[in-house]
Design a protein around this ligand. Sequence first.
Ligand SMILES: Cc1cc2nc3c(=O)[nH]c(=O)nc-3n(C[C@H](O)[C@H](O)[C@H](O)COP(=O)(O)OP(=O)(O)OC[C@H]3O[C@@H](n4cnc5c(N)ncnc54)[C@H](O)[C@@H]3O)c2cc1C
Length: 492
Amino acid sequence: MNTERAIIIGGGIAGLLAAKVLSGFYGEVVIVDRDAFPREPENRPGTPQAYQPHRFTPRSRLILNRMFPGLIDELIRHGAHPARGTKAHLHNPYGSMTTVEQSHDATFSRALFEWVIRGYIQRTTNIRLLGMNDVTHLQTSEDRSRVTGIVLRERVSGDRKRSMMTADLIVDASGRFSKAVQWLNELGYQVPRPERLKIDLGYSTRRYRIPAGRKDELDTIRIEGDPFAATHAGAFSIIENDVAEMVLWNLNGRYPSTEPALFEQEIRQLGNPLLNDALRGLEPIGQPRGFRVLELSRQHFEQMPQWPSGLLVMGDAFCQLDPVYGQGMTLAAIEAEVLEECIRRQLEQPRPRFELETLQRLQDNIEVAWWLNVVSDLRWRGVEHSGAQPLQGVTFAQNYFDHILKWSTENANHEILGLYWLINSLFLSPQELFHADRVADLMAAGGSGEAKQWLDRWIEESDRPLVERLSRAIPSFEGAAFATLDQLMHSS
Ligand SMILES: Cc1cc2nc3c(=O)[nH]c(=O)nc-3n(C[C@H](O)[C@H](O)[C@H](O)COP(=O)(O)OP(=O)(O)OC[C@H]3O[C@@H](n4cnc5c(N)ncnc54)[C@H](O)[C@@H]3O)c2cc1C
């Protein structure tokens, strides 16, 4: 494997993280983006989702602290809000809980986060950032079996000059509008139909300036949506430099308003006194801004019998997740670690199917997040999943997760709620909650006995012991990489 130059298409989060990893193996790494890279933390046209809240998770913190030592301090130095000791009030349809952040963490906007990461990248001597260039095509060997470079179109000059750049590896990290499928089709490759999840999600976000003296009394507030009542969900948090943000979201076309008075009214309709108190006296910065996601797609590149060597796909270009669960950047970080491991192995022991094997490893990790998204979103009326195969275990997981959420909230069981959150933020495997003993214990918990009766009926349907029924029903997620609770303890 030649390691002279790698090109990354797209300088968003997945692209930056891939570049960092590849810089350890390749002589030169070039990140090409259609946008100019802003000198200050600013939103860019190429990442229109960036104004909306971007949550960071313990798993991404773990991975990124390793890649970028001192990251949290660097974010705080540039205005991010230090999170240790802050309170979060979490409301779901079953009740409320308050947690206190124990870790050295921070909250921030996506623009600040990307800018700080890009700062680390700019200080990496063998990474070059090439902005204002659209990648329009892939270059290949004559027989089209190998991708050898990219065709670029400059966006600075009026004449939109075209040029070519060759590389030993090209990673498409160009996000949800990636042209990978189109390029592969043009080269004669048959790309399987992606899985889709039609969600018709609407976000509406407004920012507020925090007056002097108010910051210390503002906590994070998160109000989960109720799939059965189809009410809006919302979240309030400080981001950076005395600015807070409030987002409302809903699925199936019930978009929150972007008209200021209606937006504020919809917040009041959530009926949460803590939220109303928090927003009192904050000064709105401009109008609320909306963002819509009609559907999510998960590609299955790893299933292709033929794949051109020299090409990989990562991040949202491979699979987009429901932003409500805040997993996209975490998945990008996990994928970067997978890429690092696959390249290292390839250099030690070259294999002819390196790209397809790497795509499979990425897919193993995508599967976890996608499965969790589908399980959760299919509880909402109007959400539809389509794919070559139905996903395994959805109904069981929905009933089980709903019961866990209800029971642990009503009983203020922080351990189980914490476990549920660590699974949903891709830190631990969902299998942590699907051991037969744990399923039996948790489904028996709670006064009414309803969940236990449901479980008994489910077991009876197949006449198999619970252990066997679970192992058939729930994916094993064996190929995915997870972290450990021990790592969580030592990550703060
Ligand atoms: C509303 C919303 C809220 C979200 N909230 C969260 C959250 O709370 N937490 C979380 O972890 N994730 C969140 N996400 C997901 C997150 O934004 C992405 O998953 C994450 O940024 C990884 O994306 P990416 O790097 O693959 O693509 P992007 O960040 O979209 O970057 C793609 C880049 O490619 C460039 N590009 C595109 N085409 C070309 C081309 N042809 N040539 C050159 N450059 C090109 C673009 O300019 C852009 O810079 C949210 C997403 C949305 C839509």
